[in-house]
Write a protein that binds this ligand. Structure first.
Ligand code: M6R
Length: 366
């Protein structure tokens, strides 16, 4: 059932070219620029005219929400707030009739997310569910939404569900931005093509498997790790840190790269690995100067970068080079390297990566 892989987590990481493809299949026609998402389309008018969109989720799904915030604001010019479901449900949030709430959940059974949307629904909000498990509670209670079609995810660490969530959310933003007119036709078509090219590029990223395994063995005894990124890659840094914590029990923190100088930089010594998600994008120059700040303090830099980048290799101790992709879709590639990294650190330390201690696959208690 593990299809020849040692663990479900590894199998699911390697399934990503297929799962992302399955998620786009039948919905995105990159040639003609057609996006068909009937559940979302039903509420397209309300979403486009909403004063704001609230995204509620937990854990990895919350990280997908953060990426979506940047994408929806950029392409659709609708204000987006991303909330931890557990905080949202208890703090008497202001919800008006017609507000749009997007709930993101792999399992569709996460108690905090479920209760949060139940309450918001009673108050008149429109609930869209981005869910992997078909027929799950969150899918049933949502007014509409879209399934991620990643297939069952068995490993406790979420991997393929995350990239499928990003694929669905990106398609949603593209569809709405184009209808709303906030996204011009050329950019829309370009982004459709960029999105459609992700499965193939993910395949190339997976070829880095043995290189990443060697890196994981090199850094496995670190006591702590810092993950940094900006813009679309900031949530990827958070996700890289969460994966490492879950699977290898190494204390890790994810930060927006520039925020590091407001505190975490005090942690930097020659013993601290600092993972930069530094693919080529509009933030790149800024990320490079953050990297210089870490290098000046002798931190060990591991950088996930884009092929052709000649600057970061002169600063980093180790580089992981991935194919070029538009910044909006790049997180689906950069995150795969961090999934593999945490997987191999966990394995090198002899841990049960499919069932990390103290964790359950779905958190159905609050
Ligand atoms: O099933 P959900 O997406 O609602 O689950 C949310 C979180 O519990 C989940 O993402 C958790 O953080 C994972 N263990 C992350 O790998």
């Amino acid at each position: 059932e593990k299809g020849g892989y040692d663990h479900f987590m590894l199998k699911e990481i390697f399934e990503q070219p297929t799962t992302i493809y399955d998620c786009l299949r039948g919905r995105l026609d990159a040639e003609t620029g057609n996006i068909t998402m009937s559940g979302i389309q039903k509420y397209a008018e309300q979403i486009m005219n909403a004063n704001r969109i609230m995204i509620v989720a937990c854990g990895t799904s919350w990280h997908a929400g953060l990426v979506a915030e940047y994408i929806i604001e950029e392409l659709c010019r609708i204000p987006v707030e991303v909330e931890y479901a557990s905080e949202f449900r208890y703090r008497n949030p202001i919800i008006n009739k017609g507000d749009v709430i997007i709930a993101i959940s792999q399992s569709g059974e996460t108690a905090d997310t479920l209760v949060a949307i139940e309450k918001a629904k009673e108050q008149g909000a429109i609930i869209l569910g981005i869910v992997n498990a078909v027929g799950s509670s969150i899918a049933r209670i949502s007014h509409a939404g879209a399934y991620t079609h990643a297939g069952p995810e068995i490993g406790v660490a979420s991997t393929k569900a995350f990239t499928a969530q990003l694929a669905v959310l990106t398609m949603t933003a593209l569809m709405l931005g184009q209808q709303k007119g906030t996204l011009d036709r050329d950019k829309f078509l370009l982004l459709c093509k960029e999105l459609a090219a992700i499965p193939e590029k993910a395949e190339i990223v997976l070829k880095l498997d043995s290189q990443i395994k060697a890196l994981a063995e090199k850094y496995k005894d670190a006591a702590d790790a810092l993950f940094l990124g900006r813009g679309y890659n900031f949530p990827v840094a958070l996700e890289g840190a969460l994966k490492l914590k879950e699977i290898s029990y190494i204390h890790a923190e994810g930060y927006p790269a520039a925020e590091m100088k407001h505190g975490p930089i005090a942690l930097v010594t020659d013993q601290l690995p600092v993972v930069f998600v530094a693919t080529k994008d509009s933030y790149h120059e800024k990320v490079v100067s953050n990297m210089q700040e870490i290098k000046a303090r002798k931190g060990k830099i591991i950088a996930v970068i884009t092929e052709g980048d000649t600057v970061t290799p002169t600063l980093a101790d180790d580089v992981i080079i991935i194919p070029a992709a538009h910044e909006i879709v790049a997180p689906m590639l950069s995150v795969i390297t961090l999934q593999l990294f945490s997987y191999y650190v966990g394995v090198a330390k002899g841990y049960d990566v499919d069932k990390p201690r103290n964790l359950a696959k779905s958190v159905t208690v609050e």
